[in-house]
Write a protein that binds this ligand. Structure first.
Ligand code: NI
Length: 227
């Protein structure tokens, strides 16, 4: 299931992120691809080791952790430090599946990608092509969001970024290891959380139905969470 989170960053914040990113050194994106991805990955990627990168990565992580909708949807246990890519005219990332296991930079901790995320940093009118196409059980979903919007999708999905034919597409991408590994269970928990949030707006905190559903949510999470 695809989940979009609008306005993770507002226009001013996106502009600030973009100008900070412009100052970073950019490298061939195939550098960090796996053996299969390397042949289809044609883009550029910010050098994550550059001294100025840490602040930008930190500001994205901080915003994610402070966004209730992101936390409810992803139930993050670990977030892979966000990376940044850009696609100019003719650049593309052909069909691939993201690696299942990676080492977290710095600590070397083994990390499992449950969710993939793309944060769009270019307004859609600034480029043609550059569509994120994700294979889902309902067919291919085309994703091209406003600057500052985020999409989350199962990391198991086959996906690609179509060639940019005009302008430039700047984005951040990263992965999440979730407390709840199973996509269906995680999705059901999000649906339940949404219903509870809607009830919370209408009912008193002592309402027995609200209390009961909140209990069900936490007991399901307790049952399924891997810490
Ligand atoms: Ni990918």
């Amino acid at each position: 299931m695809l989940i979009t989170i609008a306005n993770l960053f507002n226009d001013d914040e996106v502009a600030a992120l973009r100008s900070a990113l412009e100052a970073l050194p950019w490298q061939d994106g195939s550098r960090t691809a796996g053996s299969l991805g390397r042949s289809v990955k044609h883009n550029r990627q910010a050098d994550e080791h550059a001294a100025q990168a840490a602040g930008i990565v930190g500001s994205v992580l901080q915003r994610l952790e402070a966004t209730p909708r992101f936390v409810a949807a992803a139930l993050p246990r670990l977030i892979y430090p966000p990376r940044f890519n850009r696609y100019g005219v003719g650049e593309t990332y052909g069909a691939h599946v993201d690696g299942a296991l990676m080492r977290l930079p710095g600590t070397g901790t083994l990390f499992r990608s449950d969710l993939s995320a793309t944060l769009f940093l270019s307004p859609p009118e600034a480029y043609d092509g550059g569509v994120l196409e994700i294979d889902t059980c309902f067919g291919v979903q085309e994703v091209k969001l406003a600057a500052g919007d985020l999409v989350l999708y199962p990391a198991s999905s086959l996906h690609q970024v179509t060639p940019v034919t005009r302008g430039e597409r700047l984005a951040s991408f990263f992965w999440i290891q979730s407390l709840v590994r199973d996509t269906d269970v995680r999705t059901a928990l999000l649906d339940l959380d949404d219903a509870i949030q809607a009830l919370t707006r209408e009912r008193a905190p002592t309402d027995p139905v609200l209390l009961s559903l909140t209990g069900v949510y936490h007991n399901l999470l307790r049952h399924h969470a891997e810490t």
